[in-house]
Design a protein around this ligand. Structure first.
Ligand code: CU
Length: 361
């Protein structure tokens, strides 16, 4: 392509991103001024502003897949199938996330996120399936403080009614990777629970990303690309796979207080590298798929619908409530691995000005 054409194409693309070029800047002072609640680090704040938030996420998993195909629990534990002794059948996970944002300048917002994670895992075994196919053989539980994340969000462009900011986060290894439980195979002893029941990554992780936001009078839209990159091996001789994701959303402002959104999200995550030596015997004896480092990765495409509620004025000005339901529509898993079922996320956010301003950006 001739250089001149290329230049014109780039200019055209930029104009499209910056549409519509109204005098009015992008604003958070509307219900769709924040992304659907499932998006993290979507918005920044004005200088001197603070936001406190709480999110609840419920992620149920049930049934397993190999690649894109469902596999029956009975086939996973069959000697003629995947030949494991035990398989997880269900794993409901709940997360409570406490967040704080503070903006030292109009361009820089700092964000702290503190998660509490609670998981349960139900299993069947080859023996239990022969005796009573519907009975749960045993359940394990884990939970507690997850990996605390600290991010900087830096706005680097504001063309027209759009914004671009860079996200740079660090995840701290505050979550346990030594969660233990008793299983029928452990003869009453506490043994280390498998990879997916561990609460943290055990490593410092880098979380880079970039976010684009746009607005017209009635609708808003945005896109975000993000990654989680593990910086080392953890103290149990492994590292979780890196995560790469992208999400795209659009929202319609129904009134000054309500908006509705649709969203698409794609993510791919790697297998575990290395191996926790605590699982060595379980791997040798093919006890359960969840201790195999090469049965952890996958790719998933989700669709979300959500609503945002916003108080535009008065004493509760800048109080927000968001709800989003997320439906997995494609899953390709290194398996047997548990698949994700429809998830729900609910959040409350409250922003205020440190100097009594609280105008919201
Ligand atoms: Cu905020």
């Amino acid at each position: 392509m001739p250089i001149r054409l290329l230049r014109a194409a780039i200019a055209a693309a930029f104009c499209f991103l910056a549409l519509p070029l109204h005098a009015q800047p992008w604003t958070s002072q509307r219900p769709d001024g924040h992304a659907p609640i499932g998006v993290m680090g979507d918005h920044t704040h004005g200088a001197g502003e603070v936001m406190l938030s709480y999110r609840y996420m419920y992620m149920p998993m049930a049934g397993s897949r190999v690649g894109t195909d469902a596999i029956a629990d009975a086939d996973i534990v069959s000697p003629n199938g995947s030949n494991f002794l035990v398989t997880p059948t269900e794993m409901p996970m709940q997360m409570h996330m406490f967040g704080a944002m503070v903006a030292p300048t109009d361009d820089l917002t700092l964000m702290l996120m503190v998660p509490l994670v609670f998981s349960e895992m139900d299993h069947v075994s080859r023996m239990s399936i022969q005796n009573n196919p519907d009975a749960v053989a045993f359940t394990t539980e884990s939970g507690g403080l997850g990996d605390v994340k600290l991010s900087a969000l830096y706005t680097f462009a504001r063309p027209g009614r759009t914004r671009f900011h860079a996200n740079l986060g660090v995840s701290f290894p505050t979550g346990s990777i030594d969660e233990q439980g008793v299983t029928p195979m452990s003869m009453g002893n506490e043994v280390r629970l498998p990879y997916p029941m561990q609460v943290g990554s055990g490593t410092f992780d880098l979380m880079p990303g970039v976010t684009y936001l746009g607005q017209s009078d009635a609708i808003s839209w945005g896109a975000q690309a993000s990654a989680t990159v593990r910086l080392s091996e953890n103290s149990n001789d492994y590292r979780l796979g890196n995560v790469y994701g992208g999400t795209l959303w659009g929202a319609y402002k129904i009134t000054e207080m309500f908006s509705a959104s649709v969203r698409a999200k794609a993510m791919t995550w790697g297998d575990v590298e290395g191996a926790d030596p605590a699982y060595a015997m379980a791997v040798t004896n093919r006890v359960v798929p969840t201790v195999f480092p090469d049965l952890r990765g996958g790719t998933r495409l989700d669709a979300g619908i959500g609503v945002n509620f916003f108080v535009p004025s008065g004493s509760l000005h800048n109080l927000r409530i968001g709800v989003e339901g997320v439906l997995p529509i494609f899953q390709d898993l290194d398996g047997p691995q548990l698949e994700v079922d429809p998830m729900i996320e609910v959040g409350v956010q409250y922003a205020f000005g440190l100097f009594g301003k609280g105008h919201g950006h």
